[in-house]
Design a protein around this ligand. Structure first.
Ligand SMILES: [Zn+2]
Length: 330
C-alpha cells in the first residue's frame, strides 16, 4: 500500500469509529514494518579487509532483497545474521566482477541448504545475466560437475534428505529476468524501477535501481557518473546510495570522471534530485582516511543540504534516518 493509500485507510477508519461501525474498524491494516537497509560491501575492485565488494541488502515487508553481490558481500550477509536461504530476490546493476562475484555462492549455498524446500531465487540484471547463469549452473556449466555429484552421489543424497529434501533432487534453477532501463518490477509491497547508469557502456549494460516501498524510496545507482537520467530516477527519494570512488579533481581523464563521478558531482546529483539523505559508498582506500573523509563530507554539504552518510560495511540504515535528540540522562 502506498503511503497516501495508508493515510486514506486511517482516515476511513476514523470515520468508521465515529460512525460506530466495528466491522469497518477491524479492516484497518497494520502499519508495514520500516524498510531496513544494510550496506554489505562498500568497497571497490581494489583489495581491502575493511570494505568488501559491492553489495546492499533491503528488507522490505516479507522479502529480503540483495542488490549486487560482489566478492565478500555474501560473508557480510552472514555477519549481519542472514543466510542465503533467506534471500528472495537478487538484483544486479552491471556485471563488473566487484558487483557479482558472490552470485555463485549465493545460488549454490541457497540451493544446498534449501534442499528443495524453498522457492527458486528471483534474479534480475542486465544481459548477459541469463548466459552467466547458464555458464555457472547449467549442465555444461562451471559448477555442472559439482551439481551432478551433489544430486547423484549417495552421500550427498543422504545429506539432502537429512535436511528435509525428497529425492530426486532438483538442479538449482534461479528464475532470471533480464532488465533494461525503463523496466518496472512489481513486488509484494515494493516496486523497483530500472534506470540507466552512466558507466562502461557499450561493453557492459549498466543499470541503476529505484526501490519504492510503503514507507519511502531509495535509489541505488550501481556504478555511475553524473547524469540527468540518474537525477530523474532518484527524484524525491528519501535516500540515494551513490558510488563515491575518488576525490574531485584527481581523475586521470574525462572518461574516468564520466564513468565514476566524484564527490562534487555526487553533491550536485543529490541536490538536483532533492533527496533527503546521500549515502557515499564504493570508496577507495585513498580517500577513506581521516581529514580527507571529513573534507569530502564538508564539501558535499556546501552544495547539498540533506544528510550525508559515509558508508561502512554492515552499516544499517532506515529511510527515516537518525536525528540528534535531547540528552536523556547525564
Ligand atoms: Zn563498475
Amino acid at each position: 500500500m502506498k503511503r497516501r493509500t495508508f493515510l486514506g485507510a486511517i482516515a476511513a477508519s476514523s470515520t468508521a469509529a465515529a460512525l460506530g461501525d466495528e466491522s469497518l474498524q477491524k479492516s484497518e491494516p497494520a502499519k508495514a514494518k520500516p524498510m531496513k537497509i544494510t550496506l554489505l560491501g562498500t568497497g571497490t575492485p581494489a583489495p581491502s579487509l575493511e570494505r568488501q565488494g559491492s553489495g546492499y541488502l533491503f528488507e522490505v515487508g516479507d522479502d529480503v532483497i540483495v542488490m549486487d553481490h560482489g566478492p565478500g558481500a555474501h560473508h557480510r550477509l552472514l555477519e549481519c545474521g542472514h543466510r542465503a536461504i533467506d534471500v528472495s530476490h537478487a538484483f544486479f546493476t552491471h556485471l563488473h566482477y566487484d558487483h557479482c562475484m558472490d552470485y555463485g555462492r549465493l545460488v549454490l549455498q541457497r540451493w544446498d541448504q534449501g534442499a528443495d524446500r524453498i522457492p527458486d531465487l528471483h534474479v534480475y540484471g542486465p544481459p548477459p545475466i541469463k548466459r552467466m547463469t547458464d555458464l555457472l549452473f547449467g549442465d555444461e556449466g562451471v559448477y555442472g560437475p559439482d551439481i551432478r555429484a551433489r544430486i547423484e552421489h549417495r552421500s550427498s543424497i543422504d545429506q539432502f534428505e537429512a535436511r528435509g529434501g525428497k529425492a530426486p533432487r532438483k538442479r538449482p534453477a534461479p528464475s532470471v529476468r533480464e532488465l533494461h532501463a525503463g523496466d518496472v518490477i512489481q513486488g509484494n509491497g515494493w516496486k523497483v524501477t530500472v534506470g540507466r547508469a552512466t558507466h562502461v557502456q557499450p561493453f557492459l549494460e549498466c543499470l541503476a535501481f529505484r526501490l519504492d516501498g510503503e514507507d519511502g524510496s531509495v535509489c541505488y545507482t550501481g556504478d555511475s557518473g553524473a547524469s540527468d537520467e540518474i537525477v530523474a530516477l532518484a527524484k524525491g527519494c528519501d535516500m540515494l546510495i551513490h558510488m563515491n570512488h575518488y576525490f574531485s579533481g584527481t581523475a586521470p581523464s574525462p572518461a574516468y570522471r564520466a564513468a565514476c563521478g566524484n564527490h562534487r558531482d555526487n553533491a550536485e546529483t543529490a541536490k538536483r534530485a532533492g533527496v533527503k539523505t546521500l549515502v557515499l559508498t564504493h570508496l577507495l582506500a585513498q580517500i577513506d582516511q581521516p581529514r580527507i573523509r571529513e573534507q569530502i563530507v564538508h564539501e558535499v554539504q556546501q552544495v547539498f543540504d540533506g544528510k550525508v552518510v559515509w558508508g561502512e560495511d554492515l552499516m544499517q540504515l532506515t529511510l527515516a534516518g537518525s536525528a540528534v535528540g535531547k540528552i536523556e540522562g547525564y
